[in-house]
Design a protein around this ligand. Structure first.
Ligand code: SF4
Length: 420
């Protein structure tokens, strides 16, 4: 494996998550069409959206104190952006700012800035639906200790998002940013209402736009609800249990421990992964178990990856980021050398199990290392399985493209492009 970040964009993406980056005074991010730093996603997002060589989209920590000590610095040189590494101030690589779409500067028909309804995370649309997670609003807060959701909402996200408002933003993002996927994220709500809240959105997007749709919520007690969602055409469910070590899970996620417990998260992952064999064959189906690397021993994260893949689910592995204002803001970010074996294992485990990674078209994720991007972090190769995945990707792209064109013709609303 190439150990020099100048020749290995996967390693660079990981190193930037762990070390962050400074912005030189020469940077004019928004004036140059880049995206403002928005803190809108559960837990771990806060940084500058960039595209690295190899088409790797990323979100680089720039606001946290640890980023001030980073050897990486972004400079603007003759209108282009280059990452340099100090102390020798050697150029590492040229990068591109993730483009800020025109709809970022517009409002919905109801007068809300579209970015308060949804934002691009890489190349997909992320919507934090409904009110703030209730772990944040109890008298004695029981929020997850790395999470910043309760700090963010009302600042960058709107509290109420109607079906029509979300549809308006989905259409804008589809037409102008070419999204193929919408992801809904909720926290915990008393009475486990999150699926009731999200189902109408899933139904309407599937019916009218035809995009791939995913949800990330706590595990509902009635697992048959996921059969119904699969039937509805939902494409992804994600369960964030964060930590595989049972004791650390309790310590880090007091609300999740009280309401659900680690075992219920694992049961939901296991149950939903088995739904791949049921439901409409035209709709791809993926179950994710999400963990945060850097909050437990690397061996424990690797055990989590092996368990998730063993039941047929795909791990989503975030790198811990000590966000300003969170309970864990004082913790150091993880070290790249501790993280690299975890992400190498992520790729290897998915390939060994023949899991469908990287098959959905045009989805680049900035907040995590995608399993297929972790190919950069291992020397192991799986030529036959990689060929199979490439063919699967082509088939999904073909089917989805046909469906999107048909829906646009039938349901596409008239263009509304007036500025905010
Ligand atoms: S469940 Fe935990 S991580 Fe998710 S929004 Fe609530 S406090 Fe944050």
């Amino acid at each position: 494996m190439e150990m020099d970040v100048r020749g290995n964009p996967g390693l660079l993406k990981l190193d930037l998550y762990c070390k962050g980056m400074r912005l030189d005074d020469s940077c004019l991010v928004e004036e140059d069409g880049g995206r403002k730093v928005l803190r809108t996603r559960a837990g771990l997002g806060s940084g500058l959206e960039l595209i690295l060589p190899g088409g790797l989209w990323t979100n680089v920590p720039v606001a946290e104190p640890f980023a001030k000590a980073s050897p990486y610095v972004l400079k603007r040189r003759a209108g282009s952006y280059v990452i340099y590494r100090e102390p020798d101030v050697e150029p590492v690589t040229a990068v591109t700012l993730s483009p800020r779409p025109d709809w970022y500067d517009r409002k919905t028909a109801t007068g809300k800035p579209m970015t308060r309804i949804g934002t691009l995370q890489g190349t997909y649309l992320g919507v934090y639906q409904a009110k703030v997670c209730e772990y944040w609003t109890e008298k004695i807060k029981v929020n997850c200790k790395f999470c910043s959701v309760g700090l963010n909402l009302g600042i960058d996200d709107a509290e109420q998002k109607s079906l029509d408002e979300v549809m308006e933003v989905v259409w804008a993002a589809r037409r102008e940013s070419g999204i193929t996927y919408v992801d809904f994220n909720t926290g915990h709500y008393e009475g486990e209402t999150y699926l009731d809240i999200l189902e109408p959105f899933v139904q309407r997007i599937k019916k009218e736009v035809g995009l791939l749709v995913g949800i990330q919520t706590p595990p509902h007690k009635d697992l048959r609800r996921y059969d119904a969602l699969r039937e509805m055409g939902l494409n992804r469910v994600s369960f964030c249990f964060e930590i595989f070590d049972p004791e650390l899970f309790k310590e880090t996620c007091p609300g999740k421990t009280r309401e659900y417990g680690l075992e219920r998260y694992l049961e939901a992952v296991r149950y939903c992964a088995a739904l791949g064999k049921k439901g409409p064959r035209t709709e791809p189906w993926v179950t994710n178990g999400e963990i945060i690397a850097g909050l437990e021993a690397p061996e424990s994260s690797i055990r989590a990856i092996d368990w998730i893949t063993s039941v047929g689910a795909i791990p989503t592995v975030c790198v811990f980021r000590p966000l300003v204002g969170t309970d864990y803001q004082h913790l150091p970010p993880p070290k790249t050398e501790d993280m690299a074996p975890i992400f190498a294992r992520l790729y290897e485990a998915c390939m060994e199990r023949g899991l469908p990674i990287g098959a959905a078209p045009d989805i680049h994720v900035s907040l995590v290392m995608l399993p297929e991007e972790c190919r950069w972090l291992t020397d192991r190769r799986y030529p036959l399985k990689e060929l199979k995945l490439a063919l699967l990707g082509k088939a999904v792209r073909f089917g989805l493209g046909r469906r999107l064109r048909a829906r646009e013709k039938k349901f596409g609303p008239p263009l509304r492009l007036e500025a905010a």
